[in-house]
Write a protein that binds this ligand. Structure first.
Ligand SMILES: *[C@@H]1O[C@H](CO)[C@@H](O)[C@H](O)[C@H]1NC(C)=O
Ligand SMILES: *[C@@H]1O[C@H](CO)[C@@H](O)[C@H](O)[C@H]1NC(C)=O
Ligand SMILES: *[C@@H]1O[C@H](CO)[C@@H](O)[C@H](O)[C@H]1NC(C)=O
Ligand SMILES: *[C@@H]1O[C@H](CO)[C@@H](O)[C@H](O)[C@H]1NC(C)=O
Length: 364
């Protein structure tokens, strides 16, 4: 009796063990599949474990209100008023952000001596592209005297090493700045077209002495339109007091110092759906277009209106708290307050950049 009972029991045990092994196999197969198809997503979700955050910035407080004298503003920052304002040079790489370029030139024109605009006939990933600035030059006739345009012959074969491309860009931009007549002591802005410092920030920096000779500019991040405010953490743009011995074009981290709340960075803020498709393929992260369905215009339009991510990626965050806080869509702010002045003065020209209409035009 007991023997039979024991045998039965051990058979159950064996069966159980077999079942659990099977279950484990199934689970690991599912895990494998998930990692195979969503590897990037999984690794992004685990970023707080495998990646260390960059060194934090030393944020320099920034003050501004309308109608305060420059002397008082310099003093508020612990700086002193200059006798003569500095000359200002704005060095920008232009790809296809034509509406943002117009808004940028209008915003900064009163304070900028020369805009050094560099354009190439290929994208970062080596796709040929038309010379959009050249083809729309009449749109920029209001600022013709201030633009120093340079053409950088593109490379259809992308070099394996991204630094090769960067080096060519840097040399071309340094050459452009030189051609524009930059001299020691001038203020130089180094930024992408969509990273627009506010006019009052540049006026402050050209009028005061005493701030660090290299500072990043902290900009408000927007996605698709100034309607979708993501965070305050754009940091790549920077201002330099030009020193011919050391200053060279850069668009990465160059110092720990950053001036707070100095303007706006609007990513993927295009008028036409075709511009989104172009940018998604031209982007230095073009490997994020994992499925061709990502480029479907109907899908893109839907994502824009809902403030979701075009690549269905997780945000790049270094703590689970921030990562989870930023998952999902960016909420509409309904705000057109504190934006580039030319945009607010000409809402009919840029409806897609303001709250109220996320529908993009079909290019004719
Ligand atoms: C700005 O200051 C001037 C002179 O101090 C004053 O006349 C003017 O009313 C002020 N404007 C605003 C909007 O406060
Ligand atoms: C870009 O311009 C250069 C110089 O004019 C030319 O040799 C090259 O073929 C062009 N590339 C493309 C992709 O149009
Ligand atoms: C650049 O280097 C030269 C020679 O070393 C020096 O005389 C000059 O003062 C330097 N310029 C600046 C702006 O530091
Ligand atoms: C929104 O903008 C699109 C494209 O500019 C236009 O066709 C459409 O009529 C606009 N819709 C509204 C409600 O204004």
């Amino acid at each position: 009796m007991i023997k039979l009972w024991r045998e039965g029991r051990s058979r159950v045990l064996v069966l159980r063990r077999k079942l659990s092994i099977l279950l484990l196999l199934c689970l690991s197969a599912i895990c494998g599949l998930v990692i195979y198809f969503h590897g990037k997503t999984v690794s992004y979700f685990l970023r707080p474990i495998w990646d260390t955050p960059p060194k934090p910035f030393q944020v320099i407080p920034h003050y501004y209100a309308e109608n305060i004298s420059l002397a008082r503003l310099c003093e508020l920052h612990g700086w002193s008023l200059r006798k003569n304002p500095r000359r200002v040079f704005d060095a920008v790489m232009f790809s296809n952000e034509i509406d943002l370029l117009e808004i940028r030139l209008q915003e900064l024109m009163p304070y900028v001596t020369k805009f050094v605009v560099l354009e190439s006939n290929t994208t970062f990933t080596g796709q040929p592209k038309p010379l959009i600035y050249q083809n729309h030059e009449q749109r920029f006739s209001f600022v013709r005297d201030k633009v120093v345009y340079s053409f950088l012959p593109g490379q259809t074969v992308t070099p394996k090493d991204p630094f090769v491309n960067e080096g060519r860009q840097r040399r071309a931009m340094d050459h452009g700045l030189h051609a524009a007549g930059v001299a020691d002591g001038d203020l130089v802005i180094m930024a992408d077209v969509d990273e627009i410092p506010s006019a009052h920030t540049i006026r402050l920096l050209q009028s005061c002495d005493g701030f660090p000779s290299i500072m990043h500019l902290q900009l408000r991040n927007y996605l698709y339109s100034y309607e979708f405010h993501v965070d305050f953490n754009s940091w790549r743009s920077a201002v330099y007091i030009f020193d011919s011995n050391v200053t060279s074009y850069q668009h990465g981290r160059v110092t720990d110092k950053i001036l707070a709340d100095a303007g706006w960075h609007c990513s993927f803020c295009f008028r036409y759906i075709s511009d989104f498709i172009f940018k998604m393929q031209a982007y230095s992260h073009s490997d994020r277009v994992r499925y061709s369905s990502y480029l479907d215009p109907v899908r893109i339009q839907d994502i824009i209106c809902h403030g979701r991510d075009l690549f269905e990626m997780l945000p790049e965050e270094f703590s689970f708290r921030e990562l989870i806080g930023k998952m999902g869509s960016v909420a509409s702010s309904f705000s057109g307050v504190y934006l580039p002045a030319y945009l607010v003065e000409n809402p009919q020209k840029f409806p897609f950049l303001l709250p109220g209409n996320c529908t993009r035009e079909v290019e004719v």
